[in-house]
Design a protein around this ligand. Structure first.
Ligand SMILES: N=CN[C@@H](CCC(=O)O)C(=O)O
Ligand SMILES: [Mn+2]
Ligand SMILES: [Mn+2]
Length: 321
């Protein structure tokens, strides 16, 4: 397909069959009745699209990072649950742009294709909500935002990552799901990084040192039990200094009681109530340019708990943006 030039990647357009739910004679009650589909390669996108859902069908980054594979089925599991969610938003045009699919170990091509797609959605003045997929989605999403802002004056991007991990590993041989923020911070000047939910036992001393060197702001999981005044203040100061916010949610930042279906589950992660409260606050600033939800691994999910949580996150972002 010419949109992806010569990249070694697969693509599948959005598909209504991915959304189903309870039958009803009334209209606009559930997500499956609200969503429409489109191809990302479409010559002319409708200008009135509020939200663009896009799937990142990829586990190569997790595999390279010695993690448990299965995230390539994350987008499917999330859409399965999303169709059944009751809708309360009004007048939102939501389009599913389908899936960018990693071929073999061509991760870098997949990233490039994903970045192109994100840039196209943003340039259409549509908010992308990307669903993954390994957390290397963050590198691809960030580069898509960067591409979209290339010709503009306001370009300072603040990244807020909900995660147990810094994902600041240095790239030793190849990039992976543990390296995205190291790549972003070493390749760019105009960017700040704030991580929420960082766990001491899941990040080495080396990673804390890298975070310090790169001036990364963070709060630990123990500072993420309630949305404190202190965290609100820290986030307000962070938001004030940037032109745009990119929110990335690694589901393994949640306690494994809420999100068992991930590659690296967290018994000491934060609660859903905490994450939704912070998310609501972040969305209020109206600077959010792109969002993703990463590391959904249905292989380890229990009764679709994690997929349901991810679907509710998508719905919450739509309702609050
Ligand atoms: N995206 C995940 N990154 C984590 C995974 C940790 C693990 O597999 O235990 C990391 O590299 O630190
Ligand atoms: Mn993580
Ligand atoms: Mn992560």
């Amino acid at each position: 397909m010419s949109f992806f030039e010569n990249l070694k990647v697969d693509y599948k357009s959005g598909c209504l069959e991915n959304y189903s739910g309870r039958k009803t004679t009334l209209e606009n009650q559930y997500w499956y009745q609200e969503i429409n589909v489109e191809t990302i390669a479409s010559k002319k996108l409708n200008k009135n699209i509020d939200i663009g859902i896009i799937g990142y069908v990829c586990e190569e980054g997790v595999q390279r990072n010695q993690g448990r594979i299965g995230t390539k089925n994350g987008p499917k599991a999330i859409r399965n649950q999303l169709g059944k969610v009751a809708t309360h938003f009004k007048n939102k045009n939501i389009i599913d742009f389908g899936n960018i699919i990693c071929v073999d170990n061509y991760l870098e091509d997949c990233h490039e294709a994903f970045s192109k797609s994100i840039a196209k959605i943003i340039q259409n003045k549509t908010l992308p909500i990307a669903i993954g997929g390994g957390h290397d989605i963050a590198y691809a999403n960030f580069n898509g935002i960067k591409k979209a802002l290339q010709q503009t004056a306001k370009r300072k991007i603040g990244i807020v990552n909900f995660d147990a991990h810094f994902d600041l590993r240095p790239v030793e041989t190849v990039s992976n799901s543990g390296t995205p923020f190291n790549q972003i911070l070493s390749e760019n000047k105009n960017v700040d990084y704030f991580a929420i939910g960082i766990q001491q036992q899941a990040n080495t001393k080396e990673l804390f040192e890298i975070a310090k060197k790169l001036n990364v702001k963070y709060v630990t999981n123990f500072e993420s039990e309630t949305f404190s005044k202190d965290l609100k203040k820290k986030l307000s100061q962070f938001i004030e200094k940037v032109d745009y916010l990119y929110i990335t949610i690694d589901l393994d930042g949640f306690s494994s009681a809420y999100a068992p279906g991930v590659s690296a589950p967290s018994p000491l992660g934060f609660s859903s109530q905490f994450a939704f409260a912070v998310l609501s606050f972040l969305l209020e600033c109206k600077k959010v340019i792109s969002v993703d939800i990463a590391e959904m691994n249905p292989e380890y999910d229990i009764d679709n708990t994690t997929a349901r949580l991810a679907a509710r996150l998508v719905d919450f972002i739509v309702c609050n943006s």
